[in-house]
Design a protein. Structure first.
Lengths: 328, 339
């Protein structure tokens, strides 16, 4: 097994709100390994964006770490000081955001920005940095890189913008690349092209790729391992193959069932997940999915389930995870 | 099935954005073709899907059907009556409703939900059917709690805002609802709820829907027929099930192939369609799709393919549809192709 580059260890994060501390992330752990692509999936409010911003140390000012940390290069990056934080960001851990329009400055050309992003590089002239930028744009499949360098972000199409954003993130050859909903703003054909590009990059690049999304298809096409999140917790984790074909947590099962891409026939009524997310100011004592789970018992409502290993490297946070196995 | 809304041979041109001083010159201003000889009909009680990439003209068609942009040529008919003048469109807007793409942005941020859902009555001078409790009754019809009536749009979740749009669209008991990207940006479970709401309304009220989306999974499950648009022209249409199982047009095929699979066992080596949709300012000659088409031949750049009816309910516009047809039916490769 390859080297672990970044490790999230028992991380809990709370946001200060008018109603009290909102526990957006609760005891989440994950590992990103060299040469591996991992996916973090879940619906709005599950804490996936909080986890992503913790990984690049871009937490909002009202966020407070209440337990654990993010270990990179042997230390907790959430506790480093301002200057060091900046050095880590971009150079070692880079991020691709959902909306490529807002990841670039609208009044500077793409070229000026791609040169600026390399300011931590020593001993390169501006011309060389520009040449590096052009080479990277070419690498991500932009047909005329020189022309792209002199353009503004609004002059590029959606797919080209996202490619340019990926180029910007890869410029400093970071060890960890975090992509937050990288294809949500794109058409299906552009999405397929970006998936293709990320796959290629994965092959050539020995870093770790972390994909944060609500789109099961994206993870299915791209990731080796998947972490399913619900109400601030990682409820299931394992290889994509295992989790998609043998889901053990009822939430994962429900999520897969209601993805229309999963159904192959005309379905007059699509499955849904009735009920809503629990209030995270006062998270439930027991299992956080108990309120929406068809199999929940009194035990589920009062005792929080452990993250049990149902098969090698496949974990689920459910009291019935093991019993499921017996049944299947 | 009788047609409720018919779009016949509609074209729509707009003035091209002229550069600099050019726009001051006299003479014919350059035009760009947004929709070109488009025909489509939505049947009574039918759910029709309209798919295509951004820039294919899907939303423009919806706006033209509601009279929000003027068509250049062709004709529109609603319930058998030609729709031409402003007063015709006033009638159309009472019988058909448009749900705009961004549900939150289509609501005023400064007015409460209650005030906004009853706007269609006020605009059309119709008395509120249930008096002061109309707003809450409308919210209940789409499965929202009456308490939401007193909220502002920013206090709603994406799914709730979408339901408010549905409630507003249903206000005047329309026969047709045109839904522009009804599920974009929603979580999968919420997406399923919105689609179930729409299919339920269709079943209970006999409504027709035109669903505009680039999400093929949505179209596959809820629509009866699907129409595929590329750069303002119809590439293919037919019954949803048939189109998905045997697409004739290479563009339809590429779209279906590009759909990410939520199953790692079904990963394919290459799922990407080359290039991007061309700009309407540089519309390729001949078949618009030839610049990206995997099976394009020289004649595709020269000659525009004519619409062909493969069966009475399936249309395709491709020079080589005949060949694809044979391949599908297991026949021998045609060497002489019909044009």
């Amino acid at each position: 097994m390859s080297e672990t580059l970044l490790k999230v260890d028992d991380l809990s994060i709370a946001y200060a709100s008018e109603q009290g501390a909102l526990q957006a992330l609760r005891h989440a752990s994950l590992e990103a390994r060299a040469g591996e692509a991992i996916g973090i999936v879940g619906e709005s409010g599950c804490g996936k964006s909080t986890l992503a911003s913790a990984m690049i140390n871009l937490l909002a000012s009202n966020a407070r770490v209440t337990s654990g940390g993010v270990i990179f290069g042997g230390r907790d990056i959430l506790s480093v000081s301002g200057e060091e934080k900046r050095r880590l960001r971009g150079r070692h851990i880079a991020m691709i955001f959902q909306d490529p329009m807002t990841s670039f400055n609208p009044v500077l050309t793409i070229g000026e920005q791609l040169v600026d992003f390399q300011d931590q590089r020593e001993g390169l002239s501006k011309g060389e940095k520009r040449a590096e930028a052009a080479a990277m744009l070419k690498r991500v499949g932009i047909p005329d890189p020189e022309r792209c360098l002199s353009r503004f972000v609004h002059e590029l199409s959606g797919g080209m913008r996202q490619r340019a954003a990926i180029a910007a993130a890869l410029l400093m050859t970071p060890e960890v690349l975090v992509a937050d909903e990288p294809t949500t703003a794109l058409d299906v054909t552009m999405e397929a092209q970006i998936i293709h590009l990320l796959r290629e990059l994965r092959r050539d690049y020995n870093g770790a790729i972390v994909i944060v999304t609500h789109h099961l298809g994206l993870v299915g096409e791209l990731c080796d391992r998947v972490y399913v999140m619900y109400a601030g917790e990682v409820v299931e984790e394992g290889s994509t193959e295992e989790v998609y074909h043998n889901p053990r947590h009822p939430y994962t099962q429900a999520l897969i069932a209601c993805d229309p891409a999963h159904l192959h026939d005309h379905a007059p009524v699509l499955p849904t997940i009735p009920g809503r997310l629990p209030d995270l100011v006062t998270p439930p004592m027991g299992c956080s999915f108990a309120g929406r789970c068809a199999r929940a018992t009194g035990h589920c409502r009062s005792v929080a389930p452990a993250h049990v290993e149902v098969s090698p490297r496949h974990f689920a946070r459910c009291h019935f995870a093991q019993r499921n196995e017996a049944r299947s | 099935m009788s047609a409720l809304y018919e779009v016949d041979n509609v074209s729509l041109d707009l003035a091209a954005p002229a550069a600099g001083l050019q726009r001051l010159l006299p003479g014919v201003a350059p035009r760009m073709t947004i929709l070109s000889n488009l025909s489509l009909s939505v049947g009574q009680g039918e759910m029709l899907g309209l798919v295509g990439e951004s820039g294919s003209g899907k939303s423009t068609l919806a706006r033209a059907m509601m009279g929000l942009v003027d068509i250049t040529s062709g004709s529109l008919r609603f319930e058998g009556q030609p729709v031409k003048t402003r007063s015709d469109f006033v009638k159309v807007r009472q019988g058909a409703a448009l749900m705009f793409q961004d549900a939150v942005a289509s609501l005023s941020p400064r007015r409460k939900v209650a005030a906004q859902v009853v706007e269609p009555f006020q605009i059309n001078g119709v008395p509120l059917p249930e008096g002061p409790s109309t707003a809450t009754a409308m919210l209940e019809r789409v499965g929202l709690s009456p308490a939401l009536a007193q909220r502002y749009p920013h206090e709603l979740s994406g799914g709730q805002a979408r339901r408010v749009s549905v409630a507003r669209a249903l206000a005047l008991n329309p026969k047709l609802v045109i839904a522009d990207e009804p599920t974009a940006g929603l979580d999968v479970s919420v997406q399923a709820e919105i689609l179930n709401l729409m299919t339920g309304l269709r079943r209970d009220l006999g409504l027709s829907f035109l669903i505009i989306t680039h999400n093929l999974a949505v179209v596959r499950h809820v629509t009866d027929r699907v129409a595929v648009l590329y750069l303002g022209r119809m590439a293919e249409w037919g019954p949803t099930r048939a189109v998905f199982s045997h697409p004739y047009h290479p563009y339809t095929k590429s779209l279906i192939a590009a759909e990410p699979q939520a199953d790692p066992r079904k990963r394919r080596a290459n799922l990407a369609l080359k290039g991007e949709i061309p700009s309407v300012l540089a519309r390729p000659p001949g078949c618009e799709f030839h610049t990206r088409c995997p099976i394009a031949r020289p004649c595709c750049a020269a000659e525009e393919p004519a619409p062909r009816m493969i069966t009475p309910d399936r249309m395709v516009r491709c020079h080589f549809a005949a060949e694809t047809e044979q391949r599908i039916s297991g026949g021998r490769h045609g060497t002489e192709l019909e044009h």
